[in-house]
Design a protein around this ligand. Structure first.
Ligand SMILES: Nc1ncnc2c1ncn2[C@@H]1O[C@H](COP(=O)(O)OP(=O)(O)OP(=O)(O)O)[C@@H](O)[C@H]1O
Length: 262
């Protein structure tokens, strides 16, 4: 059995004449919290959709292995690899009448809400409550999704992904639209998840969001992997200058990093 959570081997994604991912190869070991970093348009969301089985690569899906397998029933995959993306946020946060607990419970059925045919067991309810608790969101039970702030809704969506106690969580731009204080509290909740043994794969374009627990980076530029390796080696001014195409200096503060334009 493979101890690789994810391996992508020489995979390209095209749309018409556009090459969105160009011969990408990368791997993430089980337990290795990882950030995928790149500027706008570098292919990050395409990579998330590839891993989520939302889109398939040119030449078939054999080059994408998750937990060692290249073929997956998406429903089964979600139990082991939770995914929270801006598309899911837009989908569920806009549901006018969807209540928070029901939104979390709907994760068990890979549905956008709870319906009469969904049989909710007391164990499911307990797991949903525990997941909301882990995200510091139990106070939101009873509220409708459409009334939540972006940060509150994001916590609920991560709780929804956590109900299966997945081995890994893939988060696409988890801090988008959060103010600095909300972002820090939210990142602290993610640190708790990382510490509890769920492997985090976080997609971002902000160095400041890379958790101290993350020790591996994959850098994407123009649909290609520019570099992958340890955070220590890759979070440097020269490497980020190359990645973002602008002179950047990097400062380390405790376990966190900060990038500034020169
Ligand atoms: N259906 C499509 N047809 C043609 N080009 C596309 C299509 N979808 C995405 N692209 C292009 O592929 C590139 C990668 O897009 P992607 O959304 O993966 O980038 P990203 O790194 O997630 O960007 P951002 O940080 O802005 O969300 C972009 O240049 C985008 O314009």
């Amino acid at each position: 059995m493979s101890d690789l959570l994810l391996s992508i081997d020489d995979v390209s994604v095209t749309r018409g004449d556009a090459v969105l991912l160009d011969r990408v190869s990368l791997s993430v070991a089980a337990g290795a919290h990882t950030a995928i970093l790149g500027r706008n348009g570098s292919g990050k969301s395409t990579l998330v959709r590839l891993i989520a089985r939302d889109l398939y690569p040119a030449g078939g899906g054999e080059g994408v292995r998750i937990f060692g397998e290249s073929r997956w029933d998406v429903f089964e995959l979600r139990k082991r690899l939770g995914i929270v993306s801006p598309a899911l946020h837009a989908d569920l946060a806009g549901e006018e009448s969807l209540e928070v607990m029901d939104a979390v419970l709907s994760g068990f059925f890979a549905a956008r809400g709870l319906w009469r045919h969904h049989k909710v067991s007391p164990e499911m309810r307990a797991a949903a409550r525990e997941a909301l608790d882990r995200m510091g969101a139990t106070a939101l039970i009873g509220r409708r999704m459409a009334t939540l702030s972006t940060g509150e809704a994001r916590r609920v969506l991560i709780a929804r992904a956590l109900v299966h106690r997945p081995e890994a969580l893939l988060l696409d731009e988890p801090c988008a639209s959060l103010d600095p204080a909300t972002r820090r509290r939210f990142l602290d909740a993610l640190r708790g998840i990382a510490a509890s043994g769920t492997t985090l794969i976080m997609v971002t374009h902000h160095v400041e969001e890379i958790l101290p627990e993350i020790d591996r980076l994959v850098l994407l530029r123009e649909g290609r992997v520019l570099a992958q390796g340890s955070k220590e080696a890759l979070l440097s001014g020269p490497v980020l200058t190359d990645l973002f195409g602008m002179a950047i200096t990097v400062e380390r503060r405790g376990g966190w990093y900060r990038a500034d334009l020169d």
